[in-house]
Design a protein around this ligand. Structure first.
Ligand code: GTP
Ligand code: SPV
Ligand code: MN
Length: 587
């Protein structure tokens, strides 16, 4: 099946352990895809949606206890515990293998094992990396076919002698008590069992492109980040690229596909990626980003023609929907979609929808899987082997209070501090309580494959390697008033903030120096046509010293969990922010 001895031997090893009835090497072809879809239609794993309104679209209902990433069951297994860090669950590698192999033993009996060679990154890119996922889930195969470049070309890449990440996946019996997602960065391997959902099961995505890749990136001098990448074309035809890290379900897909609002005629946003960026220093000292993925695994609820028309126009065909509701005539439906709520809806668990009894019709973490190339705003540089040069890095979180709409870090090291100090309210993208503020440095809390202290040091090291790095910003689209309502309209209107950011990069937007960074003067952002009151604008840009005193205490307490490994530079940044608040209060 392959001329690569290492790959053949590994697949044989997995066969011995999991004992599948058959082994299928995926070519990635159209015919193969159709036959898998057929198989799943027959088994009930996929349900055909309305061909007229949604050609070639399918619904998948996952096990109701398997609807999101499971961070408490996700491990990073390194020889030395300190290498995984307090930000990860840890097991020593041989203990990890032993624990998970027990579950893999015989788990594919009576099933077909699919071998999926895949490439993360554009064909021909020096930055693209290969992997092979073996899985007993045909749903994983058809989703990986959209999300990554799978099949023969990826196999060829491996057979040319390029290394690959080994990913072993099985649905097991979907028992949450027998679910584990393990990473072995020192062996470039992943083992995942007991879940068929998203980031737990599509191993090219979070497991490979973030947890394993971040660890490789550290040793090789690049960055693997939970970031969207977009291009902003101005009316003069010049395009500048920005990368933005927001935690899960905090607005990456939406920002990546932004449609400029009224007043921004002639501007155009180009989508390079919506979730992951791999960034390398170019000879020019700029960071160049590629999107390792080929598709979007996006949050359905809240997506509409009003909030994200590009997305709606992407996902109407050739899409797989997971855990959404359906209308009587088999159209996908979710909370926040356009139009009135239909009278009769079947919810994500195939029950007649009853809000009071069973909650929302679509699961809050219901998703669509769709090819990036179908996106009307897909960047002409989206498949560029060299990637795109990044002018600004934007960090952001979901904070009802504390963080202003936007601010700019003083310099690279202060930007690293700003990213490291990030916090956000938890969302339905991971199992567990939602709406709780937690520290989520660089939006990488669930995804950094090594000790955050080393990760921050790695980020800091770039200031020694280049004097042409992007400027760093922080945004917050989610400020709320005392009634719990968002005070910023968000979505397309975020363009106004992007415009200020671009202006800062070009050296002309106006800003006020504050202890936390440069904050726009109210006149420096174009609020025309938004009908925001003066109070709202000032609330959006306000930095409350009392609230920040508390925030800085929390940052300090968090940093202390990294004890002596915390980079000195971050400690100094924290002290500087604190003392500059203190000076202000005296003045
Ligand atoms: P992951 O795929 O989990 O990494 O999420 P993401 O960061 O791509 O988030 P996404 O863009 O899918 O948005 C998540 C939710 O936040 C959706 O319900 C959106 O409608 C909502 N959202 C996105 N942008 C904004 C915004 O600017 N304002 C408000 N209020 N909500 C937003
Ligand atoms: C996220 O949770 O950040 C996602 C979805 O993008 S998943 O693929 O499940 O990780
Ligand atoms: Mn994500």
């Amino acid at each position: 099946m392959t001329s690569n001895v290492e790959l053949a031997a590994w697949v044989e090893e997995v066969v011995q352990l999991t004992k599948p009835e058959a082994v299928h090497w995926c070519s990635g072809s159209e015919e193969e895809n159709s036959s898998l879809i057929n198989l799943m239609e027959n088994s009930g794993d996929l349900i055909k949606l309305n061909e007229e309104t949604h050609p070639n679209c399918y619904l998948h209902r996952s096990d109701p206890k398997d609807v999101a990433r499971v961070e408490h069951l996700t491990f990073v297994c390194t020889k030395n515990e300190l290498d995984a860090g307090p930000n990860n669950n840890w097991l020593e590698p041989s203990a990890g293998h032993m624990k998970i192999d027990k579950l893999f033993n015989g788990c594919m009996e009576g099933r077909t094992m699919y071998v999926i060679p895949y490439l993360m990154g554009p064909y021909g890119s020096p930055y693209a990396r290969a992997g092979v996922e073996v899985t007993d889930s045909p749903y994983v195969v058809v989703n990986m076919r959209i999300m990554a470049r799978i099949g023969l070309r990826a196999l060829e890449h491996i057979e040319k002698g390029n290394g690959f990440v080994k990913g072993m996946h099985s649905l097991g019996d979907l028992d949450p008590d027998k679910r584990l997602i393990m990473h072995f960065p020192e062996e470039l391997s992943i083992k995942s069992i007991g879940s068929g959902y998203g980031g737990n099961a599509l191993l090219g995505k979070k497991c490979h492109a973030l947890r394993i890749a971040s660890s490789q990136a550290r040793s090789e001098g690049w960055l693997a980040e939970h970031m969207l990448v977009l291009g902003m074309e101005s009316p003069t035809g010049e395009t500048k690229y920005v990368a933005a890290a927001f935690p899960s379900a905090c607005g990456k897909t939406n920002l990546a596909m932004l449609v400029p609002p009224k007043g921004y005629e002639g501007w155009k946003i180009w989508t390079v990626g919506d979730d992951i960026a791999w960034m390398h220093l170019g000879p020019d000292g700029q960071l160049w980003a590629i999107n390792p993925e080929a598709g979007f695994f996006g949050v359905a609820p809240g997506t509409s023609l009003k909030t994200n028309p590009n997305c709606m126009n992407t996902l109407g065909k050739n899409a797989i929907y997971t855990n959404v509701a359906v209308t009587k005539d088999m159209q996908p439906w979710w909370e926040g979609i356009d139009g009135d709520k239909p009278d009769s809806l079947v919810d994500w668990q195939a029950r007649p929808h009853d809000l009071e009894l069973n909650g929302p019709a679509a699961h809050p973490n219901s998703r669509f899987t769709v090819s990036a190339e179908q996106c009307p705003s897909f960047s002409p540089k989206g498949n560029s082997p060299a990637g795109v040069p990044i002018s600004a890095i934007i960090f952001g979180g979901r904070r009802a209070t504390v963080s202003p709409l936007v601010y700019e870090a003083f310099d690279w090291n202060h930007g690293v501090f700003t990213g490291a100090a990030m916090a956000s309210e938890t969302t339905a993208a991971a199992a567990g309580a939602t709406g709780q503020v937690r520290r989520d440095p660089m939006a990488m809390k669930p995804f950094c494959g090594y000790n955050f202290a080393d990760y921050w040091q790695h980020w800091l090291s770039f200031s020694q390697k280049s004097n042409n790095l992007p400027k760093v910003f922080h945004v917050n689209w989610f400020r709320k008033n005392e009634n719990g309502e968002f005070i910023w309209p968000g979505f397309g209107e975020n363009m106004r903030v992007l415009e200020w950011i671009l202006g800062r990069c070009a050296g002309h937007s106006d800003a006020l120096e504050t202890p936390i960074g440069f904050v726009p003067r109210p006149e420096a952002i174009n609020f025309d046509g938004l009908e925001l009151t003066r109070e709202t604008i000032s609330a959006l840009l306000n930095i409350d010293p009392e609230i920040w005193a508390n925030e800085l205490c929390e940052i300090e307490t968090y940093f202390e969990t990294y004890s002596e490994k915390l980079p000195e530079s971050l400690r100094l940044q924290l002290e500087r922010v604190k003392s500059s608040f203190a000076k202000e209060s005296v003045a």
